[in-house]
Ligand binder design. Sequence first.
Ligand code: FPP
Length: 244
Amino acid sequence: MAENISQSVPRHIAIIMDGNGRWAKQHGLKRMFGHQRGVQTVHDITEAAAELGVEYLTLYAFSTENWNRPQEEVDALMSLLVDTVAKETPTLMKNNIRLLTIGDITRLPEKARVKFQTCMEQTAANTGLKLVVALSYSSRWEITRAVQLIAEDVKKGNFSADDINESLVSSYLTTGDMPDPDLLIRTSGELRISNFLLWQSAYTELYFTPCLWPDFTVEHFKEAIADYSRRERRFGKTTEQLQK
Ligand code: FPP
């Protein structure tokens, strides 16, 4: 059982939702059934995050590299995203959740882009959890884009190269003024970050679980938060300095 976690709920939780394909294979089903079951987990974890008072929940739904999957799977994933956003908008409204996206949404098929934009507009005034869906996202894409935008601004004379510092670079990322993630969860037992929030996770606590995403329950989520709450975050300092 997860212990009492109300004392130290992370402000920002990011999740690499992995293992849908393997879940489907284990059940003798086609990969898309795994993604469909994964949507139910998205629903449950989003509601739980809102209830627990998490401020930001960022979900890695589609990476830049996922465009290289078989076209049939890419098309089916895009349709699933469209259907999910349409179906889940009332749940977002009911729970006062605001939808945001990060990533290159200009690459999405028009239908998906419009659905996400419409949902973002509909939920814009909601003041509870911010649900951030990473779509056509990768950190290297994002950092490269930031460097291009900064170079253009230097060229235009908006500021000089000497003015470039960490907070300026952060502000050019698609995460803009979002706080860095406190906790990054990856399901399915893979031990890597896969081009997700590389700059932003410099001091993020990492949590890996063998559980496949469709099997990941609210109880597992609370266990991850409880594990996080037992950690000492030093940000490069010593324990003694933190105790002062
Ligand atoms: C990784 O599993 C999962 C994905 C690439 C897609 C996840 C997307 C969803 C669950 C839809 C989410 C919808 C919204 C609106 C947030 P995998 O296919 O890499 O699994 P495998 O490693 O076992 O093959």
